[in-house]
Write a protein that binds this ligand. Structure first.
Ligand code: MG
Length: 382
């Protein structure tokens, strides 16, 4: 990376929008792109730059909180009514750090490449005061019946990058609304815009079709398919006080408890081990040693999330899981929809990418004698 002067940089990611054109209640920057929120990709791409100010709508707290845990160099700040006010709030949040340079990026551009990032950093470090990624417009442009001369016409992308003080002063003085920060810095300071070669794949996700295109591009970059296997057994104990046991993250009625150090969810343990198997990351006993009292009674969803984080850190994408529960009891048929919904949310998979099956062992062996239950899981990742 071109950040020998990394300590002089900070970035601002603007994620405060409602994303209403997306047609769902979920703001688009939090929509699922290959198993992670769209915003996650921008934050990962900017890790090498320095501190990140993430400008949010505080009502999205449950959506951004996990990302703030995952990326400890993030500072959260509440946005304003417009994108411009949000950027200004982000710039102000850097007032104490006073970075030499700042870049401003859209939350909904997940496919920013390291090369494009390096190009804009190099341009600013070489003296550009007002730099933006841009791509030439290839399509013919028409307004009404008039063909517009596209010679010199560029489509603007982000990040845009500036000396920090210049950007802060420009935002402080701006009285009108600008479409983007390069336009604002030019309008307020006269600093010419320097166009830095962008990337056709660094497009902004606006519609569900854009999301599908981004997913196709991401998967095309991951030609390798891997498979991981998980297996877990837990012993039955006395009747549970709650009347339920945890299985696949769901509360399943049972007249026997499951004994274990965590919540004893053998289903999630098998899935987590299968995910870890795809990246050679050992098993959950290694990550969450039973000897460590802090994991006592823990929610096993945390174990699966940790396995997914490790997978994502290697740019892996979970595509499918197939599960076999081996037990005389409980019977899960009635709870199938609840379990599928839990797993779909936890694994960010559609329910048709989750195989859920159960069998008895015809009264044979420890399972047949109802001494415990066992779960096998197999996962496919790209
Ligand atoms: Mg276990």
């Amino acid at each position: 990376m071109a950040t020998s002067q990394g300590k002089n940089w900070a970035s601002i990611v603007v994620a405060a929008g409602a994303g209403t054109r997306f047609g769902t209640d979920l703001p688009k920057q939090y929509a699922n792109l290959a198993g992670r929120p769209i915003l996650d990709y921008a934050l990962k791409a900017l890790q090498s730059v320095g501190p990140i100010v993430l400008v949010v709508d505080p009502s999205h707290q449950p959506l951004y909180a996990p990302l703030a845990v995952k990326y400890p160099n993030i500072r959260i700040v509440n946005g304003g009514a417009t994108r411009q006010e949000s950027v200004k709030a982000g710039l102000k949040r850097l007032n104490d750090a006073k970075p030499q340079y700042v870049m401003i990026h859209d939350a909904a551009r997940p496919l920013l490449s390291n090369d494009a990032l390096s190009r804009i950093q190099s341009a600013v470090e070489a003296g550009a005061k007002n730099a933006t990624l841009a791509v030439p417009v290839i399509d013919t442009l028409i307004r009404g019946n008039d063909v517009i001369d596209r010679n010199g016409v560029q489509a603007i992308q982000t990040p845009q990058a500036f000396p920090y003080d210049l950007a802060m002063n420009a935002h402080d003085s701006a009285q009108k609304n600008y479409t983007d920060d390069a336009g604002l810095v030019f309008g307020e300071t006269g600093a010419d815009i320097q166009f830095v070669q962008g990337d056709a794949e660094n497009f902004k996700i606006t519609t569900p079709e854009d999301l599908e295109r981004a997913e196709r591009i991401l998967l095309a970059r991951l030609p390798e398919t891997r498979t991981g296997l998980g297996f877990d057994v837990h012993r039955f104990g006395d009747a549970p006080v709650s009347g339920t046991i945890k299985l696949f993250g769901a509360d399943i009625p049972s007249d026997k408890s499951l004994i274990g150090h965590s919540d004893a969810d053998a289903g999630l343990h098998a899935i987590a081990d299968a995910i870890l198997g795809t990246i050679g990351a050992g098993d959950i006993g290694l990550l969450f040693p039973p000897s460590d009292p802090q994991w006592k009674g823990m929610d096993s969803a945390i174990i699966v999330q940790k396995a997914l984080d490790l997978l994502h850190a290697k740019d892996g994408v979970l595509r499918h899981v197939d599960i076999m529960l081996m037990a005389e009891e409980p019977r899960i048929g009635k709870h199938r929809d609840v379990i599928l919904e839990k797993l779909s949310n936890l694994l960010s998979l559609p329910s048709d990418a989750i195989g859920l099956k159960a069998t008895t062992t015809e009264k044979m062996g420890f399972i047949g004698r109802s001494e415990g239950l066992a779960v096998q899981a197999i996962v496919t990742v790209r």
